[in-house]
Design a protein around this ligand. Structure first.
Ligand code: ADP
Length: 149
């Protein structure tokens, strides 16, 4: 049977405990999971992409079916290129839902073999976002309870 490959795309700037939870749960569902850091040249990052790739790889090193890649193209094109038929995303709240609903339809239009799979966030991690972590870190606050590294 064909291997079920999924990508878990995001900015991961930075990768939080919420992202890690989705990645770990996704790794149990799919044969192979590719955590895919999207590079948007128009947006500057808080943590450089190569540094984040290294951090994510180390955080998930115990999972043999997880890989970390970077990409600089449409998510649907990248998925096709690496043979992934599934996109994994996390859902925290209705704001995420509104956003994801649109994106999933566009991705499906661009590549109709793609199926997006959502995991509902663990309630205790639902309030964590990369932007909040950046904000706290920028002003010297303690972000250790939002990250595993
Ligand atoms: P993007 O820039 O594509 O929104 P993010 O890096 O912010 O990328 O998020 C990537 C994915 O992880 C999204 O599906 C997002 O909903 C999900 N996510 C973000 N934070 C959390 C969290 N605390 N718990 C679960 N999922 C999350």
């Amino acid at each position: 049977m064909e291997k079920k490959i999924a990508i878990f795309p995001g900015s991961f700037d930075p990768f939080t405990l919420g992202h890690e939870d989705i990645a770990r749960r996704g790794a149990e569902i799919f044969d192979e999971l590719v955590v895919s850091i999207g590079i948007n040249s128009a947006k500057s990052r808080y943590v450089p992409v190569e540094k984040m790739k290294d951090i994510i790889s180390k955080s998930l090193i115990d999972l043999p079916n997880v890989k970390v890649e970077t990409y600089q193209e449409l998510t649907s094109s990248f998925a096709k290129k690496i043979g992934a038929k599934y996109i994994l995303r996390g859902l925290r709240n209705t704001t995420d839902f509104e956003y994801e609903n649109t994106i999933a339809q566009v991705n499906n239009y661009l590549n109709d073999e793609l199926e997006t799979v959502y995991l509902i966030t663990e309630p205790k991690l639902a309030f964590i976002s990369s932007s909040i972590v950046r904000e706290i870190h920028k002003f010297g606050g303690d972000v250790s309870s939002f990250l595993s590294y």
